[in-house]
Write a protein that binds this ligand. Structure first.
Ligand code: NAD
Length: 335
């Protein structure tokens, strides 16, 4: 039986990745500071461990694994990454995890290790025009990420590639672009735009008002989590090292994203634009390289993914007692 280890298995993408690997028949060890918040882990073995400590990394890498997925990171959405308040933690914690995990894998002679980088490593100056952002993989240099989170990702990408070159490891580096879906963070300050907007719309009665950071014309693309997991596994099994974008090319403004969610929710709310942490003006995945090298691209629309995500967040909002009765559709209350 093949064995995989998923670091960050208590998090959003990691917990979905564990499920996918289990479906394929892998024996899976998950590692994280915490268990998954919204559903029991599907892992055969789950180790609660702080991967900033090299002893813990050596402890979890105690046997041959066919596939090592390193997704653990100190991260969050704009409200976590762009305020500046968490910069030291973001850089220090995530860099330590990556340094220690690579060293532990190298000591054990484990070869195949996947690293989840981020589109946040692309230069800010190529993402000022919301209609025309550039994220071709070879546009990464000269480097100028807009956040310390992006700088740490860039450093760690280079670290993985260096271990690949110098120690004969088959590293695989993906640059994720805004992943969303059920069982993701939706309210603790680390949530991202799709989850935050689903929550705000779920909490608000028809005709009410929600806040959006900035003027809402900033653009992004969003990838449904199952697609992200499928693309990651495909990259892991390929002979292409990367770095390569894993994202969607369906770019929308944040205002348009809110409109789409309102349509799915079956209600209209007014938007009030307020100052807030924003990041770059525009970002979209450029999938030319992944199409060429892996023959892969997302198969679903943003609307399809949101139609699966909104009901999950609505249910969470209701269970948390955050939705006043007038915000909950009649079908959900049984009236
Ligand atoms: P997440 O925060 O849900 O998962 C990360 C997990 O890492 C968390 O469960 C956290 O507890 C764990 N972790 C943090 N510090 C740790 C430590 N010291 N030891 C052990 N575990 C630790 O995030 P996610 O959305 O699932 O993202 C997974 C990976 O993908 C991250 O590396 C992230 O930077 C990258 N990424 C995500 C997105 C996205 O849109 N979600 C976009 C680009 C890149």
């Amino acid at each position: 039986m093949k064995k995989a280890i998923v670091c960050g298995a208590g998090g959003f993408i990691g917990s979905h990745l564990v499920k996918a690997l289990k479906k394929e028949g892998f024996w899976v060890r998950g590692v994280d500071l915490k268990y998954p918040e919204f559903a029991p882990t599907a892992a055969d073995d789950f180790v609660i461990a702080d991967l900033r400590d090299p002893v813990n990394c050596r402890y979890v890498i105690d046997q041959p694994f066919d596939e090592v997925y390193q997704l653990a990171a100190d991260m969050g959405g704009a409200g976590f990454v762009f305020t500046g308040e968490n910069d030291a933690d973001i850089m220090h914690n995530s860099a330590l995890i990556n340094l220690n995990m690579l060293e532990a894998c190298h000591r054990r002679n484990l070869k195949r290790i996947f690293y989840s980088s981020s589109a946040c490593m692309y230069p800010e100056h190529n993402q000022m025009d919301p209609d025309n952002p550039m994220t071709a993989e070879d546009s990464a240099y000269p480097a100028n990420p807009d956040s310390e989170y992006g700088w740490e990702k860039l450093f760690s990408e280079r670290l993985y590639l260096a271990f690949g070159r110098n120690h004969g490891m088959d590293v695989r580096v993906a640059r994720y672009h805004n992943i969303f879906g059920p069982e993701g963070t939706w309210r603790d300050g680390r949530e991202k735009a799709p989850a935050a907007l689903c929550r705000k719309i779920a909490e608000t009665p028809d005709g009410g008002e929600i806040e959006i950071w900035g003027d809402g014309t900033q653009t992004r693309s969003f990838l449904y989590v199952d697609e992200c997991v499928a693309g990651s596994i495909r990259l892991m099994r390929s002979d292409w090292t990367g770095p390569v974008n894993i994202g969607s090319e369906e770019m929308v403004s944040i205002n348009a994203l809110a409109e789409m969610i309102m349509g799915i929710a079956g209600k209209r709310v007014n938007i009030r634009h307020v100052p807030g942490p924003l990041g770059v003006r525009g970002r979209n995945s450029d999938n030319r390289l992944i199409r060429e090298k892996l023959g892969w691209e997302p198969s679903e629309t943003l609307h399809d993914g949101l139609a699966k995500t909104y009901p999950w967040i609505l249910q969470e909002v209701i269970e948390a007692g955050l939705a006043p009765p007038e915000a909950v559709p009649a079908a959900r209350t049984g009236t």
